[in-house]
Each structure stands twice: as C-alpha cells, then as structure tokens.
Design a binder for this molecule. Structure first.
Ligand code: SF4
Ligand code: SF4
Length: 270
C-alpha cells in the first residue's frame, strides 16, 4: 500500500510506502468498521474508495492563525510547474514573506541562480540549503513570532484569488491535510480516514498533538499553557462541514455528497 497524498514526496518511497505492519493494521481496521463504498476523482482519474465515513463527523477547528504547530515542517511534494510559475510571477511578495531568496543572496547566489532554482529544484531551493540554512517548507513563512503560514496561500489571498484557484496552486496534500488516503499499490482502490486515537495508528500523523482535530487536547491545561489564545470550543464543527469546499474541489462533488448522504442516513449529521 501507499500513502496516496505523498506519492510525489521528494523523499519518494521512503515516505509514501506503507510498512507491512501498518498495512496489516489498516486492512484490519477497514474490515472492522462501517464503511461507505464510493469513488474519488483523483487528478482526473476515478478511483473506487472505501471510506471511514463516521470519522468525517469528528469535530475540527482549523485555527491556523492561532496555531503554533509547525505543520509546514518540510517540503511535502516536488512542487508543480504551476506553483513555480506563480511564485516567480510574485517573486517580490514571495521574498517579502519567506525571506528565502534574500537568504540565498546572502550566501552568494546570483538572481539568475535563485530564479533557476525556483524553476527546477524539487524544493524550490538548492538541495544543500534544505533542512540546513533553510528549515521548514520552502513556501512557509512566519507572519509573527508564533504561527507559521503558507506563502502560496497568503499571496493568493492578497491577489483576491478564489478558494478553488488557491486549491489548484497548493500541493494537494496541504489542502487535504490531515485527511489520510491509503491506496493499493496500483491505485485500484483507496481507503480514507482521519487521524484518531489508538484505533487507527497506521497513519502518518500523530493525532495527539493535532489541535485542529483534537478538542480534548485543546481543552487541556497542557495545551493552554503554551496556546492561551484560539481553538475555542464553540468554533469546532464536524470535519465534513469544515472541509466541504476543499473536498469538493479536490476529490469531487459526488464523493462529498455520498459522504453527507451516508452520515445523514445513519443519523450522525450536525
Ligand atoms: S496543525 Fe492544524 S490548525 Fe495548526 S497550522 Fe496545521 S492545519 Fe492549521
Ligand atoms: S501549506 Fe504551503 S507552506 Fe505549508 S507545507 Fe504546504 S506548500 Fe509548504
């Protein structure tokens, strides 16, 4: 099995391959729970999907402006040409936010080398700088001394682009995170869930520290000691409502409607 959203990760199979132990857990999990059989539209291809639909009612609150989690910790994909062109067209804004071109200039790179790197290098910067002089994703930036945000998203908002256009510019894994999609090796079927407690520990994320989908965690004094502001309980809504447009624009309207229908059928709607 593979983690579908990481197929294009710069570290390749090391990241996208599901270990045998986790694959066993995943297959067992999806056999034991109630699932919905539907399909996703993934990059123009219709793929049958087995969905852990109940988990889509999990409460979530994507309060990224008040979040201190470095969830943009590394480059999640080999960036697309579309993203590269966008950053080059908005080079000044990209530099103002991320400071990365200026850092590279300080290390002696010429403007041409910096531009060529954005055009060609998997992570938009020369590999030797990644995770060394420049940490975190090469599109991330800090608007203040706490949160970390996405410069692609930030620049697009400043240009009044629509949400659908923004989704088209960002790596798919970033838009859908923390949704987990496991796939058969030949992509003949996918299995979809979200990070949860010990029940589905075959996924890539550690559920316990993800404030946006763990209301218990954000209610704890442990979390509140370092995050006194934001993640208010009243702003938590079911994941399928919080991610409605994202899911429709990335995996298809039919997929979204099937999930909502199933949730309503079993009486778990908000
Ligand atoms: S962990 Fe969740 S709330 Fe925090 S920045 Fe990432 S997506 Fe946003
Ligand atoms: S959301 Fe933006 S900054 Fe964060 S990992 Fe994705 S591309 Fe990088």
């Amino acid at each position: 099995m593979k983690y579908l959203l990481f197929l294009n990760h710069p570290k390749g199979e090391k990241v996208f391959k599901v270990t045998k132990a986790k694959e066993r857990l995943a297959r067992k999990y999806f056999k034991q729970i109630d699932t919905l059989e539907t399909s996703i539209n993934f990059e123009g291809r219709e793929i049958p999907a087995t969905v852990d639909f109940n988990i889509f009612t999990k409460l979530s609150n994507f309060d990224c402006f008040n979040c201190q989690d470095p969830c943009c910790g590394d480059n999640p994909v080999v960036f697309s040409d579309k993203t590269r062109d966008f950053l080059l067209e908005n080079f000044e804004k990209y530099d103002n936010k991320t400071k990365i071109p200026s850092i590279l200039e300080n290390f002696g790179l010429s403007s041409k080398e910096i531009t060529e790197s954005i055009k060609n290098d998997p992570g938009l910067i020369p590999e030797e700088f990644l995770e060394n002089e420049i940490d975190m994703c090469s599109c991330s930036y800090k608007p203040d001394n706490c949160s970390t945000l996405c410069s692609i998203h930030g620049i697009a908002l400043e240009k009044n682009m629509t949400f659908e256009q923004i989704i088209g510019l960002k790596p798919l894994v970033c838009s859908l995170w923390p949704l987990e999609i496991l796939s058969e090796d030949d992509l003949s079927r996918v299995f979809i869930t979200l990070p949860d407690d010990f029940t589905n520990n075959f996924i890539t994320e550690d559920y316990y520290n993800i404030a946006c989908i763990n209301l218990d965690f954000t209610s704890s004094p442990f979390f509140r000691r370092s995050n006194p502001v934001g993640f208010e309980e009243k702003n938590y809504v079911p994941f399928y409502l919080a991610y409605k447009d994202t899911i429709i624009f990335t995996l298809g309207e039919n997929f979204y409607n099937d999930i909502v229908k199933k949730i309503q059928e079993v009486g778990r709607d908000a």
